[in-house]
Ligand binder design. Structure first.
Ligand code: NAD
Ligand code: 89V
Length: 339
């Protein structure tokens, strides 16, 4: 299976490494409007076909899917161009800047009969996945309370300077992953109440968000995110979990320690992710999930399945982001139907 990648920036290296490890897959063309980044990625990964214009790359063709690794403003035109070119699509998160664009992208892929998956990888992290699997197997009964928490003081702005520039920051960039994990654990949401704060005076958006979600299945969850938390040990980029169910409790604590107390048993497991050959701490957790989600995409294409984190599925995650910002701006609880 042949692929092309658009956007050779900070994160795309992980995506290119992971593609190289998947059997039967080859990235045959890359594109970036920045010639320097294009050249570096092409040289590092030995990819000869290089383009500064995505439309030229689509016109030349010769690939089955495209991996869009650019930031959100370019996602809609690139997804629509990919659908016109008749290739399957993976698109990085945040999928779109607003719901109208996201819906149009899902419709474009549907109309072309092509698979569209959002690179929403946090729910694919092996430690998080171990918790999702346990919950889905009913190990702690019906969950009625959850806390999904990401708190860190890690300097994310060094690698991704654009994160300091946007009017929106933590919910759109990071909270989107944590809200998606809450959906994966507890299902769809009826209402959300959010408050936000900017602690770091050097950035434009919010770096703290606290959100209360009422899930349709009956659970209530607290999703809390911060990039202004100075504490030791620094847990970046771990998502921590506390879940209470009718038959027990589940905790995913710092250092990837998963504790399940149910049916009279109290078991703590080390669910630390491997450090892949091309990965480095502390990013290895995220990097492993890139490899897992790319393999999932390829498996779905080969087996004719819809990816778990499809474009259509991700509309519900993006709706949580929009609803959280609306809630924080208006100081009220927002029903998801409103967005
Ligand atoms: P970046 O700015 O470092 O890289 C983006 C690249 O895309 C740049 O080199 C830019 O020149 C190129 N580009 C933009 N528009 C283009 C276009 N129309 N045609 C060709 N090239 C274009 O950004 P990044 O930090 O690599 O982030 C990229 C995306 O990945 C973002 O959406 C970000 O939120 C996401 N991201 C995801 C994760 C994750 O774990 N899923 C982690 C980090 C970043
Ligand atoms: O995963 C991400 O989207 C990254 C980070 C972990 C730094 O928030 O932008």
């Amino acid at each position: 299976m042949k692929g092309a990648l658009i956007g050779c920036g900070f994160f795309a290296r992980n995506q290119l490494h992971a593609w190289r490890d998947i059997d039967g897959v080859e990235i045959v063309a890359i594109c970036d409007r920045d010639e320097g980044r294009l050249g570096e990625a092409g040289d590092q990964f030995g990819i000869a076909r290089r383009y500064t214009d995505a439309n030229e790359m689509f016109a030349d063709g010769g690939f089955d899917f495209v991996d869009i690794a650019t930031t959100a403003p370019s996602h809609r035109p690139l997804v629509e161009a990919a659908a016109r070119a008749g290739v399957h699509i993976i698109c990085q998160k945040p999928f779109a800047e607003n719901m109208a664009d996201a819906r149009a992208m899902v419709e474009a892929a549907d109309a072309a009969g092509k698979v569209l998956m959002v690179h929403e990888n946090f729910r694919w992290q092996s430690a998080v996945r171990a918790a999702i699997d346990a919950l889905r197997q009913g190990v702690i009964g019906m969950p009625f309370f959850g806390r999904v928490s990401f708190r860190s003081g890690y300097d994310v702005y060094a690698g991704q300077p654009y994160l300091a520039e946007g009017k929106r920051f933590i919910i759109e960039d990071l909270g989107i992953h944590i809200l998606d994990i809450a959906r994966a654990l507890f299902g769809e949401v009826s209402t959300i109440t959010a408050s936000t704060k900017r602690v770091n005076p050097k950035i434009k958006g919010e770096d703290v968000a606290t959100m209360l979600l009422v899930h349709r299945g009956g659970a209530t969850s607290v999703v809390d995110c911060s990039y202004a938390t100075r504490r030791e040990p620094e847990t970046f980029p771990q998502t921590l979990l506390e879940i209470d169910g009718t038959g027990g409790t589940l905790r995913l604590d710092a250092d990837y320690r998963l504790t399940i107390q149910a049916a009279g048993e109290n078991e703590t497991r080390d669910v630390a992710p491997p450090v892949l050959s091309w990965a480095e701490r502390p990013w290895h957790n995220i990097q492993e999930s890139v490899a897992i989600i790319e393999q999932h995409f390829i498996d779905c294409l080969r087996e004719g399945r819809v990816p778990e984190t499809s474009g259509a599925d991700n509309l519900n995650t993006l709706a949580l982001v929009e609803a959280a910002y609306l809630s924080a701006a208006d100081g009220r609880t927002v029903r998801l139907e409103e967005v």
